[in-house]
Design a protein around this ligand. Structure first.
Ligand SMILES: [Zn+2]
Length: 349
């Protein structure tokens, strides 16, 4: 068997107001004294007063960089700056973009990065994968996982509820992602890691079991989603690929990004995709649909402002998004007619 590399975060801190104790966490990690904080302008306003006193008290030197879109150019700019300032670590704070830039820049200049998510809308907060603009493909690329994740539930609870709901869609999608991975193992002989597959499934099952708690918008519900997202990202780190977290339902979501850009959040589209792909896999799609409804995640195209034709187009296109990734779409070979039938059958259109 070839060697299998697992890359994992060293510290995960989840709880109320933990962002305000970031200095102590960094000191314990002994990463060095100099860092760069990356965030958007709004997040800087939200976070500066929480992070800065703690960083200073711990004797850490830092500069704050407001970052633009997640692109190779922006990551390269930060990597250059990190070399100039002799930074020992980067901190990516925000919903996704800043974490992605920190991920890529830290990968480029071989220093660790710390993830400080301000919302819980996808598993990129802990996974080694990042979405970058300007690629010839719409899916994410592999970099490094964060060395630490500091998930402040107080901060995350202040983010729009829609983002947390979207995180649940991303989590439920592990149901079909793992099925696709298993299918590929059988059909193509691709490596399949049972441990990481089970860990990803555990994250999805947490959402199925705790849907009512999550919909109540309490601290407990937020913690369930945050912890499940972190474990799901870690599952990808263990697998060494995004396989346990991203299957045919993600291909549908990526296809929607092309067919109907700007309509629906990543996790919302993945959630809807999961209903349809679960039907193709012969899984209990009704249970997934019901759970999404309880949580308040869209189950119909109209709820994200998409048309029936857009859903059908995306379903047909999904198969060609990532040719090397074998999924149920290879078996279903959806045509416009069968795609429409599928979407109608499960009530997405
Ligand atoms: Zn995802």
């Amino acid at each position: 068997m070839p060697a299998h590399v697992m890359e994992l975060p060293r510290v995960v801190v989840v709880g109320r107001e933990v962002a305000g104790k970031i200095g102590g966490t960094l000191q314990d990690l002994e990463l060095g004294n100099t860092g760069i904080v990356l965030s958007g302008a709004n997040v800087k306003q939200l976070l500066a007063w929480r992070l800065e006193p703690s960083l200073r008290e711990s004797g850490l030197k830092f500069s704050w960089q407001v970052v633009g879109e997640s692109s190779f150019a922006e990551a390269e700019r930060i990597a250059l700056l990190a070399r100039e300032e002799k930074a020992d670590f980067l901190i990516g704070a925000g919903g996704g973009r800043s974490i992605d830039i920190a991920k890529l820049a830290s990968f480029n200049c071989k220093i660790p990065f710390v993830s400080v998510p301000t919302s819980a809308s996808h598993d990129g907060i802990s996974s080694p994968f990042c979405s970058v603009r300007g690629l010839d493909r719409p899916y994410s690329i592999v970099a490094k996982p964060p060395i630490a994740i500091i998930a402040d539930t107080d901060l995350i609870s202040k983010a729009p509820h829609k983002l947390l709901v979207s995180g649940c869609g991303d989590l439920l999608s592990k149901k079909t992602a793992v099925k696709d991975w298993e299918l590929s193992y059988v059909k193509t002989g691709e490596y399949f890691g049972r441990y990481s597959a089970n860990l990803a499934l555990l994250s999805a099952n947490m959402i199925l079991e705790d849907a009512e708690i999550i919909s109540s918008i309490t601290d407990e519900g937020i913690s369930v989603v945050v912890e499940a997202l972190i474990s799901s990202g870690v599952a990808a780190g263990i697998a060494g690929s995004s396989r346990p977290c991203s299957g045919s339902e993600h291909l549908f979501s990526h296809a929607m990004d092309i067919v109907a850009p700007g309509k629906g959040l990543h996790g919302e589209k993945c959630g809807m995709g999961t209903i349809m792909m679960a039907r193709l896999h012969g899984l209990d799609y009704g249970e997934i649909r019901k759970t999404l409804k309880i949580i308040g995640s869209p189950v119909r195209a109209s709820e994200i402002g998409a048309s029936s034709d857009e859903i059908v187009k995306a379903l047909v296109l999904a198969r060609s998004i990532r040719k090397e990734r074998y999924t149920i779409l290879e078996e279903a070979k959806l045509t416009e007619e069968s795609a429409r039938e599928l979407a109608l059958d499960v009530g997405v259109i």
